[in-house]
Ligand binder design. Sequence first.
Ligand code: C5P
Length: 242
Amino acid sequence: MATPVSTKAEESRVIVALDYAGAEPALAFVDKVNPEQCKLKIGLELFTSAGPTLVSRLIERGFDVFLDLKFHDIPNTVAKACAAAGRLGVWMLNVHTLGGPNMLRAARDAVDALARRPLLVGVTLLTSHTQQDIGAVGLHGDLPERVDALAALAHQAGLDGVVCSPLEAAGLRSRFGNGFVLVTPGIRLEKVKADDQARTMSPRQALAQGADFLVIGRPVTQAPDPHGVLHAINRQLHESVQ
Ligand code: C5P
């Protein structure tokens, strides 16, 4: 089993994707969990509707918040957005590696300058992408090779790690070592539909491949008993690292 990095014994490796339409349904979920059970991810939908106020409220409640806005713009704009996110007190934020080396370095410099530095990770290719999708946007070569090259860009620019599919985690772990944070969405519980995700794995398998943190959205948030599912995932993961 590949060795993951950076987690305290009591820390959950699960990041629940709060893909809700607004603060109210998101808080209805959060009200029933505590920061030892999961970290929380705020993405495009929830941030667009509920904004920095909700981010601050969740941080005040003691949660580690991953701001998943996948910044991808000119270096100056991305650097300023990263600084603004960092000042909110988020635990992790991300940029898109397709923004290129100058943009990645500008993002890294911006977080390095913060008093409280968040983890900065790069999105490689989306876990919904197939080989056909990447060909359609002009990326040639094998999908795993493209992911590897984009992860190398992130590594060279001094990012803390990448977001990747669990299918790529073992290769990236052996190439970039234990200090490189691997965050894997595309997690599906056994016997559950994949939705729009193309490259998926179960929580236990993803951990065994070397993932540090697992982003899990719909399998938890749309379950009839979201808290029961989260509890079961944590128990399984805990057992598998014993
Ligand atoms: O519901 P599901 O578990 O598929 O949610 C996955 C979450 O991870 C979504 O919020 C999605 O935006 C995010 N994500 C992803 N693939 C990436 C980066 C982020 O699915 N490469």
